[in-house]
Write a protein that binds this ligand. Structure first.
Ligand code: G16
Length: 545
């Protein structure tokens, strides 16, 4: 630790400002960038403490506000396997930030208290890997973070520069897998997923994509990364176009484009037209840090059709169920899906009733979904907003390898076994990854020889709508039952239920966002007109509460 109180205060004084109260949200701390310096400083300290606590394993830190507007920023802390920070540490992170936001003495005391509670041996070296997205507040906040890491004397900090969030998750995991001395760079990420793609296309004899893909990169960091990655393979020549790729222009980030814009507004982003003259193609949108993806197309009568996280999850569920069947592993490996309350009722029905695949519902946030998904051998988790991935248990590799050596297996079975392994490499299992998920979806569509329409026709979404309501204090909105029911403000849930009862096939719920200063209202109903009516009325109830 900075040797004396004076040195510690020197570091503190460089960035800390008093007066703001921080709360750990759905994906870490996320606010207007102007109020983030203090929490960036304390996150530098906290990430270092976490690494030391874990015996020097590398802990990742991503400076991003993902889908939020350009003036916001935030920070996500990544545990050594690439997963989100363990829950119990969220409160340490919050307490440390709020103590620093009070004054220096309070910060110093809280730090001392944490060292005692956690029984940390400060001689253990720690390692932290950091990256940021393309926001213009990034360099300033990175400097505050780095000053925080200086509080711990034995901390090694690797700055990966500008990356997508899933790249940072992946590199954090790789650093710990490969150990000290290994060269950990972005090229590892490209190599890993491109090699899996090469293996897959060779195995399935796929010479080219069935149609072109237009990628809306939200004017974020996903643009240069996907261009560099796909540009490295002649396979992708003339098959993909990046639109909204102006990542060096921070005010354009997520503006009228990106996964959140497309999903929420259910319409094309700027830069992508429904022009049929462009030949067969599919479109997809990333969000600002490329950890979400949604797909869409315009049908023959000019309608915008969204293929969101639910559609991605159901596509993968159907595909893997058939693959397990062909591989003769259906009874031995458990396939399951995880959704949140935002999942369209039709998707849950399709998974449970049509495919017979179990569905678990968790609160919003990949940190919740991931934990449930790892309980399955093949756990598919996607939020409706396009954030998600697939996780494969060790049993998958073990069983596949075991069966593989059995020469009596048929050619089809052999291929299915190989495909299972290749998919486990093509998917970034650490966290939702727009680029890797996009490749996963394109692989499945190519293998099934499906058009976007065929994918979409598996089930029909119930008309749905998500709106944001601004309230004086969103913290009064408290939920239970995986966020499907409000317990505060008292009486509001009953009023919502009474309203929903008046509509056919309807559902609605309300929860405070953990990334924006707003309350989200979601509704489904039998027709588009009815859903507009219902969501507006529930929104009014929220405003009045
Ligand atoms: C983050 C989380 C997602 C969550 C989203 C919205 O996404 O990682 O799991 O769905 O926020 O959360 P909320 O409704 O609480 O605002 P991202 O892509 O913004 O990091």
């Amino acid at each position: 630790m900075a040797s004396d109180s004076e040195a510690l205060q020197g570091l503190y004084d460089k960035h800390c400002v008093q007066g703001f109260k921080y709360a750990y949200g759905t994906a870490g701390f996320r606010y207007n960038a102007d109020v983030l310096d203090t929490v960036m400083f304390t996150t530098g300290v906290l990430a270092g403490l976490r690494s030391i606590y874990l015996g020097g394993k590398t802990v990742g830190v991503m400076i991003t506000a993902s889908h939020n507007p350009p003036q916001d920023n935030g920070v996500k802390i990544v545990d050594p396997r690439g997963e989100m920070l363990e829950k119990s540490w969220e409160s340490y992170a919050t307490e440390l930030a709020n103590s620093a936001s009070q004054n220096f003495a309070s910060f110093q005391n809280k730090l001392k208290e944490l060292l005692e509670i956690l029984k940390l041996d400060l001689m253990t070296p720690g390692c932290v890997a950091v990256a940021r997205d393309s926001r213009d507040s990034g360099p300033r906040l990175l400097a505050a973070f780095k000053t925080g890491t200086e509080v711990l004397a034995n901390l090694q900090v690797t700055d990966h520069g500008v990356l997508t969030t899933p790249q940072l998750h992946f590199l954090t995991c790789k650093t710990n897998d490969l150990g000290q001395g290994a060269v950990i760079a972005e090229t590892l990420y490209f190599k890993e997923f491109l090699s899996a793609w090469d293996e897959l296309t060779m195995l399935c004899n796929i010479q080219s994509l069935p149609y072109k893909i237009r990628i809306d990169a939200a004017n974020g960091v996903g643009a240069p990364k996907v261009e560099e990655m796909l540009g490295a393979r002649s396979f992708f020549d003339n098959t993909f176009t990046v639109v909204n790729g102006d990542w060096k222009n921070p005010p354009a980030l997520n503006h009228l484009c990106g996964a959140d814009f497309v999903k929420t507004n259910q319409r094309l982003p700027q830069g992508i037209s429904g022009d049929a003259k462009q030949g067969p193609h599919i479109n997809c949108s990333f969000d600002g840090d490329a950890d979400r993806v949604v797909f869409y197309y315009v049908n023959s009568v000019g309608e915008f059709k969204l293929l969101d996280g639910d559609k991605i999850a159901t596509l993968f569920a159907k595909f893997f169920q058939e693959l397990l069947q062909t591989a003769g592993l259906r009874d031995e490996l458990q396939l399951g899906t995880v959704q949140t309350a935002y999942a369209n009722g039709s998707s849950t029905h399709y998974l449970e009733k049509m495919l017979g695949v179990p569905v678990t519902c968790t609160p919003t946030g990949v940190k919740h979904l991931h934990h449930e998904a790892v309980k399955f051998d093949i756990g598919i988790y996607f939020e409706a907003n396009g954030h998600g991935t697939i996780v494969f248990s060790e049993k998958v590799t073990e069983l596949v390898t075991q069966k593989f050596s059995d020469a009596s297996e048929s050619k089809d079975r052999h291929n299915a076994l190989q495909l299972l392994l290749v998919f486990s490499k093509l998917i970034n299992q650490t966290v939702g990854d727009a680029i890797s998920d996009m490749l996963g979806v394109m692989a499945v569509l190519s293998i099934l020889k499906w058009t976007p329409e065929q994918w979409d026709n598996e089930y029909t979404d119930l008309p749905n709508k998500l709106i944001k309501v601004l309230v004086p204090d969103r913290t009064v909105f408290k939920t239970v039952n995986a966020e499907r029911q409000l317990v505060s403000p008292v009486g509001l849930q009953q009023s919502i239920d009474d309203l929903v009862d008046k509509f056919d096939n309807a559902r609605s719920f309300v929860r405070a966002s953990g990334t924006e200063d707003a309350v989200r209202v979601y509704a489904e109903a039998a027709t588009r007109q009815k859903v507009e009516e219902l969501v507006t009325m529930v929104g009014q109830l929220v405003e009045k509460s």
